[in-house]
Design a protein around this ligand. Structure first.
Ligand code: FE2
Length: 246
């Protein structure tokens, strides 16, 4: 069942005036800390999403090398698992296929909303799921390293990424969660198979669904939250995307 997002930041105040940069940043970080994501709405024309993201950290290029990526249906990609089509995506973290740490934040903002149903970005917080693990189970997923592959869509771009990481990785800045329903390589009797099933079900039950209006911007903590997407039919849906390092 989908819930409505609750971590929403209006860029305009009660008088319809833009928040000061300082207040915007302060509330943004408070909401991010609490919920692991922030949906910014009432975005004024003057707002510069790239400038805002620069204040969060260093940019991590998208797979193509483009720093600001486009998320929209691409020609010839309808038959694969890929963000660049209209099909659903299963819950995952971004960058499990990177050799380096995954991006800390993902920012998506809406150029053209999808008309008609679908196209929501869905999000769920892994923090309570990790906290519910027994110490033994947590140790298992911190210790067992798995091979990860990249999506078919990215392979078709000519990149065949293969990495090896645990699902849970503690570092100085916190816990990094890596997760995929389809690109984590494991045997059917591996504990990761049961975790995939459990977290997929938890995601289906607990996720919030973000429906974009024009210029709305969503940012989430990719070390903590999983994301997915609902299918849609309007091929003019267009988001832009920046990945930000820790
Ligand atoms: Fe993704």
């Amino acid at each position: 069942m989908a819930h409505s997002p609750i971590s929403i930041l209006s860029q305009l105040d009660f008088n319809g005036e833009p928040l000061t940069d300082e207040l915007l940043m302060k509330t943004f970080h408070q909401l991010m800390e609490e919920h692991g994501y922030v949906l910014m709405c009432n975005v004024p024309d003057e707002f510069d999403p790239v400038r805002f993201c620069r204040r969060l950290g260093r940019f991590v290029p998208n797979y193509t090398g483009a720093v600001v990526g486009d998320v929209r249906p691409e020609p010839g990609m309808d038959d694969v698992y890929h963000a660049g089509n209209t099909r659903p995506l299963t819950p995952h973290s971004e960058g499990y296929d990177f050799a380096v740490l995954p991006p800390r934040y993902i920012a998506l903002w809406c150029v053209t909303p999808a008309s008609g149903p679908g196209g929501e970005t869905t999000l769920a917080d892994t923090r309570p799921w990790v906290e519910a693990m027994s110490p033994e189970e947590r140790r298992t997923f911190e210790t067992n390293a798995y091979d990860w592959k990249t999506t078919e869509g990215v392979q078709r771009l000519g990149l065949d990424l293969k990495t090896r990481h645990p699902i849970l990785e503690e570092n100085e800045q916190g816990l990094v969660v890596r997760f995929s329903c389809n690109n984590l390589i494991r045997d059917d009797d591996d504990p990761a198979a049961e975790l995939q099933k459990r977290w997929h079900t938890a995601f289906d039950n607990e996720h919030v669904a973000v429906e974009y209006g024009e210029k709305d911007m969503l940012v989430w903590d990719n070390w903590r939250l999983l994301h997915a997407r609902n299918a849609f039919s309007d091929r003019s849906r267009h988001l832009r995307r920046i990945q930000i390092a820790a």
